[in-house]
Design a protein around this ligand. Structure first.
Ligand code: HEC
Length: 173
């Protein structure tokens, strides 16, 4: 079974469902929001208005909430993650596994917790359950660092609630 099949069940599909719902919502909301608004009346016309409407709900949401571009780990933590990578993960992985466009796309705009749990539950392949919460969290911050996401003042905590507080956004705006 391929990686994409597996993660597809949790990651990508959930996202598509939400997107679709947002799309439906946008259509339902269209008349009350835009009827008579300046955008439609004096702007470039109804089609452009509809485009603005269609893209605005999903573009703004995740990136405006707490996410991985906010400096949610420390340098020291990512350095520990790097050690874990060298000791454990590098047996099977290269760092480019985690900067690969397909990987990034798969996890973009999911919660940090989802990726964390995926690793916690399944890695190392063949020996799941042998990593501590701390090791998984540290390794995850190393993955953030590999992608150029900025460190901050506070370590990423290992409890479910904290991990679930952040969305994964790979590109710093
Ligand atoms: C014994 C080999 C092995 C080790 C050690 C290992 N992995 Fe993996 N890893 C795999 C394989 C094989 C897959 C893909 C298959 C699967 O879905 O389980 C994978 C998939 C992943 C993915 C999913 C990537 C994606 O494309 O969505 C992540 C993240 C990951 N590993 C992280 C880690 C981390 C972090 C460590 C070290 C703490 C680690 N792995 C150690 C073999 C390994």
């Amino acid at each position: 079974m391929s990686v994409s099949e597996r993660t597809g069940a949790g990651g990508a599909r959930g996202r598509r469902t939400r997107r679709t719902r947002l799309g439906v919502l946008a259509v339902m909301l269209a008349p009350p929001i835009w009827a008579g608004s300046a955008c439609r009346a004096s702007g470039p016309g109804p089609e452009a208005g509809d485009q603005m409407l269609a893209s605005s709900p999903e573009r703004s949401s995740r990136a405006d909430e707490p996410n991985t571009t906010d400096g949610i780990y420390t340098e020291e933590q990512a350095a520990r993650g790097h050690e874990a990578y060298k000791e454990i993960c590098s047996e099977c992985h290269e760092t480019r596994d985690w900067t690969d466009p397909a990987f990034l796309e798969r996890w973009e705009e999911t919660s940090v917790y989802r990726l964390w749990y995926w690793i916690y539950e399944r890695m190392p392949h063949g020996q799941p359950g042998t990593l501590s919460r701390q090791q998984v969290t540290d390794a995850l911050t190393y993955i953030l660092q590999l992608n150029g996401l900025p460190p901050g003042e506070t370590e990423l905590a290992t409890d479910d609630d904290t991990l679930d507080d952040y969305w994964i956004i790979w590109k710093v705006q």
